[in-house]
Design a protein around this ligand. Structure first.
Ligand SMILES: [Zn+2]
Length: 83
């Protein structure tokens, strides 16, 4: 099984103009970026740009339903710190 025909990219493989939408858990092996062509002037592709406006709670098309806040680049939620 090769990922070669996938457009999915790792951080190192991302190039200018590639969608930077993170897919999966950054701490797990399958983590990658979308890698589709970005919309003009946007950091994400046409699929993911609208999603960047959706609070992570409402996201349903992500690979996992329990999305960690670490994978939501555009949205800053409340951060809990250990006292
Ligand atoms: Zn994308």
């Amino acid at each position: 099984m090769s990922d070669k025909k996938n457009k999915h990219k790792t951080l190192l493989e991302l190039e200018t103009g590639d969608c930077r939408w993170p897919v999966g858990d950054p701490r797990s092996d399958g983590f990658h970026f979308c890698g589709a062509p970005q919309m003009l002037g946007r950091p994400y592709c046409i699929t993911h740009w609208p999603l960047s406006f959706v609070p992570s709670k409402g996201r349903q098309s992500a690979s996992t339903s329990t999305n960690s806040s670490a994978s939501t680049p555009a949205i800053t939620g409340p951060v809990r710190r250990a006292a």
